[in-house]
Design a protein around this ligand. Sequence first.
Ligand code: FES
Length: 573
Amino acid sequence: MTSGMRKGLTSYGDAEFSLFLRKAFIKAMGLSDDALSRPVVGIANTFSDYNACHGNVPKLVEAIKRGVLLAGALPMEFPTISIHESFAHPTSMFLRNLMAMDTEEMIRAQPMDAVVLVGGCDKTIPAQMMACASAGVPTVIVPVGPMLVGHYQGEQLGACTDCRRLWGEHRGGRIDAQEIERINERLAPTPGTCMVMGTASTMACIVEIMGLALPRSATIPATHADRLRSAEASGQFAAAMAVNGGPKPSQLMTKASFRNAMVVLQAIGGSTNGLVHLAAAAGRVGLKIDLREFDQLGREVPVLVDLKPSGRHYMEHFHWAGGVPRLMRELGGLLELDAPTVTGATLREVMEAAEDVAGQDVIRPRSQPIYPSGSMAVLYGNLAPRGAVIKQSAASASLMTHTGRAVVFDSVEDMALRIDDPALDVNAGDVLVLRNAGPVGAPGMPEAGYLPIPRKLAVQGVKDMVRISDARMSGTAFGTVVLHITPEAAAGGPLALVRSGDLITLDVPARRIELLVDEAALQARRAALGAGATAGAAPAPDRGYAALFHRSVLQADEGCDFDFLVPGCDASP
Ligand code: FES
């Protein structure tokens, strides 16, 4: 087994010449033979001027390099794609698999005995999990860490739960244009990821509980000195892994650790997107996330972390309350504590070392949960044969069982055009339906599932309605929103058959989502519609990544990965 600079030589038909040439070029960087004889730790740099969440990455890379050097190995920094939520058209999810492919192939193509992946903004850590699972090189993930909270008029503000809440107030005419501009400057006051329990925070907690990142590394604020010390330590552990040849990602990404991830996802009031990303990462190691098991876990695991959007606080408060290790102590027997971590310690040892903070009220005991059952429920029914998800902890209790008249939008564009039309026939008790916003139909399954309340209802003070779609929603959003309806409309799912005026029943306690139209009528509608085609679906692209995406993307319950990247996948939608 080759290692260091001898690894993965370029093919010229003469291995010794390949090494000779490689060393000749790398010596142009001023490296000595001593340096080039050391184990190599690659460091994926995801800094980008387009990605403010990763604004601290250069400092983190410097600290990681220091750790690698202190441990006697050679750090080699390299760039990969970086994705920011607000700077990715049509949606960041469209690019997640591209980043996963880029990261995997660069790990495989370049000589490295271990790798440190610096990620944070929503899709980056999921892409890195998928990449490292497939590349098989020992990996440490370093989350960039959350932003500090913002302040406005004595109130703490967080991106982007408060972005949405306050924009809703602006749409309803209760905050004027000048004030909303002032608020705009306060919502994201530092580099780092959104400081609520959105997708970025969720995925950071998930890689920590799965042992892919250092204890406490999910929650340390992006701007704190501890974040740099954690990065330095990550470099040191990666150097040790480079020498030892492990643990490899497949040794950490096991059935037990995915189960632990599902428990934590429920207990933190995590993002619904976390479920899609977990399914994608599991698929890369030949495992499947069982949505029924996830729902069952949710009945046993209460929401214990009091963070927005389900609760009150922000990530820095979770950190100072003890972070993920302290949460583990509350979860105790619900977790498989013999699971290993990149540090060599088991989760049990991490949990036993957790800091106890007297008087903290961010991490609740199981006897006093924020929400009595898990944050998410999985729904089935004639509208969602393969499942749909609702974040019940961030929904309105009064809408958990609701029957209403459907108001259908055929696409994201159709919704944007008509939602605020004063002539739109809509009442507060209706169910807003968005279709053709799934992995294939949109494409890329945008975060459009949080449909805005129609303006004419918003000005009357309506703050929540039942909304259903085959889209995703931001982990920072809240409301009675049913997401990820699978199969999606554009893949022939029954969502394509709904007509405005039909009745839809949502019954979260019974885990049902039903279209109250009889089967014969639905079959007639399907026949009239043709084989899976719907009016609002995006046309199939004929070139480039978009064509690859359209051809290969799997449905939400399979993580929206590409069929050809999943071992043993039969590629059926
Ligand atoms: Fe990057 Fe929220 S926009 S984490």
